[in-house]
Design a protein around this ligand. Structure first.
Ligand code: IFM
Length: 480
């Protein structure tokens, strides 16, 4: 990132009247109430209750207690002026064992959520799957098992029937890369499996589940102007080393094009097959799968936080039998163990992620060039910082600065012709940050994890001003 004139700290830039401004959360990260009203067990319940998996032994058992504080949280969204709220539906609340009859009490919670949003003039954006697979389906093989894709389609059909008259936007999956690669490849996420073949099979069955679910949704939904999407987290790759182009190609294939290929082009990239030939012949891809997966989308959801810098390792590639310690084997990405991820230039967020708004601009422009007819929406962007609450205030200047830079980047991409429809800040509330538990705070609103009290941070007020004026607010005194 270049500091100075071109540091993306613009203000005053205006967003069009129909540009959607809102915020996002996910069920397991905020809801709590994991044993209530007939909810079944998810892989994240199991994982978070397994010793050593989550920092400080945290679990989502209570999280932000959003399940019990729904009305006041909805009021808070309205106070912030959110135009849209992106939430996810916990599959185990709808179908506790992942198949069969629906659980009416679980349905009731999401009906109240959607109705509460609509009553406050906030557009509901519903994600069907943000990682909380019913444990019963994991016990039957999880995403590496083809049947999970069919179960997901069945679940989508139920949810479409129940909420299809009211939800504005449907998103099938959130970040299937995380589900496949972190869940079944590196194993740092639930269900905690480390197996290259399982990760690739999971990626394919997530793709298939996406396509089948979209078809079911389109059959069930009755709201005529409902929109359909999927959210991907893209890896924006860089590298100056002579081997970087090859490393970039590899990670782009197994990290990005493994999803955009089948979903948006109707084919897996040939180079992905070559890179992973020692792991699988991909015979789990059946004849009709690609046609089922490549369903039309109204827009593509883009999650962006930072960039990656890569090169090929100097030493000989590790074999699949080696320890999975990345220090020994290189990356844990299937077919790309000989790719090395390098330290990135700062500044960094509390996650250790580099702050690179130019990466967001580059990503949006590149997606627009690759898929010129497909509108885009930023469905997640935001930052964790070590916020401090003093006398009921959180002066999170770092987060405001991060958001200013990324809203500037989005605006610049639009000025370059990108059809960008909206921007949803991650996250509405501080919440359970997966394997890092409650140690990392991304919220526009602080949550006190003892009292569960909510406090709007300065960034929340900043975002409210942006929504109200549709312009990036001018920096105040100490903000620069
Ligand atoms: O908290 C997560 C979210 O669940 C998915 N996208 C990235 C966020 C920050 O890590």
């Amino acid at each position: 990132m270049i500091e100075g004139e071109d540091d993306y700290r613009d203000s005053g830039l205006e967003f069009p009247a129909d540009f959607v401004l809102g915020s996002a959360t996910a069920a397991y990260q905020v809801e709590g109430a994991v044993r209530e009203d007939g909810r079944g067990v998810s892989i994240w319940d199991t994982f978070s209750h397994t010793q050593g998996r989550i920092l400080n032994g945290d679990t989502g058992d209570i999280a932000d207690d959003h399940y019990h504080r729904l009305e006041s949280d909805l009021d808070l969204m309205a106070r912030l002026g959110l135009e849209s709220y992106r939430f996810s539906i916990a599959w185990p609340r709808i179908q506790p064992a992942g198949s069969g009859a629906i659980n009416e009490r679980g349905v009731d919670f999401y009906a109240r959520l959607v109705d509460g949003l609509l009553a406050r003039g906030i557009r509901p954006i519903a994600t069907l799957y943000h990682w909380d697979l019913p444990q019963a389906l994991e016990d039957a093989g999880g995403w590496p098992n083809r049947d999970t894709a069919s179960r997901f389609a069945e679940y989508a059909s139920h949810v479409g029937n129940i909420l299809g008259d009211r939800v504005s936007v449907w998103t099938t999956l959130n970040e299937p890369w995380c589900s496949a690669h972190l869940g079944y490849g590196s194993g740092v996420h639930a269900p905690g499996i480390s197996n290259d073949l399982a990760a690739l099979r999971a990626a394919h069955h997530l793709n298939l589940g996406h396509g089948l679910a979209l078809q079911e949704l389109r059959r069930a939904v009755t709201k005529p102007d409902a929109e359909y999407s999927v959210t991907l987290n893209f890896h924006v790759l860089r590298g100056e080393h002579e081997t970087s182009p090859e490393a970039i190609r590899r990670i782009d294939a197994v990290g990005n094009r493994i999803f955009t290929g089948p979903m948006l082009r109707g084919a897996y990239p040939e180079d992905l097959f070559e890179d992973t030939a020692s792991i699988t012949d991909w015979s789990f891809v059946k004849a009709t799968d690609l046609a089922n997966i490549s369903q039309p989308l109204d827009f593509l959801g883009v999650n962006y936080y930072s960039t990656n810098t890569v090169k090929m390792r100097d030493a000989a590639p590790a074999t699949a039998d080696d320890s999975r310690d990345p220090a020994i084997t290189g990356s844990t990405w299937p077919g790309s163990r000989d790719v090395e991820f390098l330290d990135q230039p700062g500044p960094y967020t509390a996650m250790g992620w580099n702050i690179a708004p130019d990466g967001l601009e580059e990503l949006l422009v590149s997606l627009h060039e690759q898929f010129p007819k497909l509108p885009l929406m930023i469905t997640e962007n935001g930052a964790a910082f070590d916020d401090v609450e003093i006398d009921g205030e959180v002066h999170d200047r770092d987060r405001i600065d991060y958001l200013r830079r990324h809203f500037t980047a989005a605006h610049r991409a639009m000025a370059r012709g990108v059809d960008l429809r909206g921007y949803l800040v991650w996250s509405f509330l501080d919440n359970f940050e997966w394997n890092l538990g409650y140690a990392k705070r991304f919220g526009l609103v602080r949550v006190n994890y003892e009292s569960l009290e909510r406090t709007i941070k300065d960034s929340g007020r900043w975002f409210s001003e942006l929504i109200a004026t549709r312009r990036i607010p001018a920096p105040r005194g100490s903000e620069r």
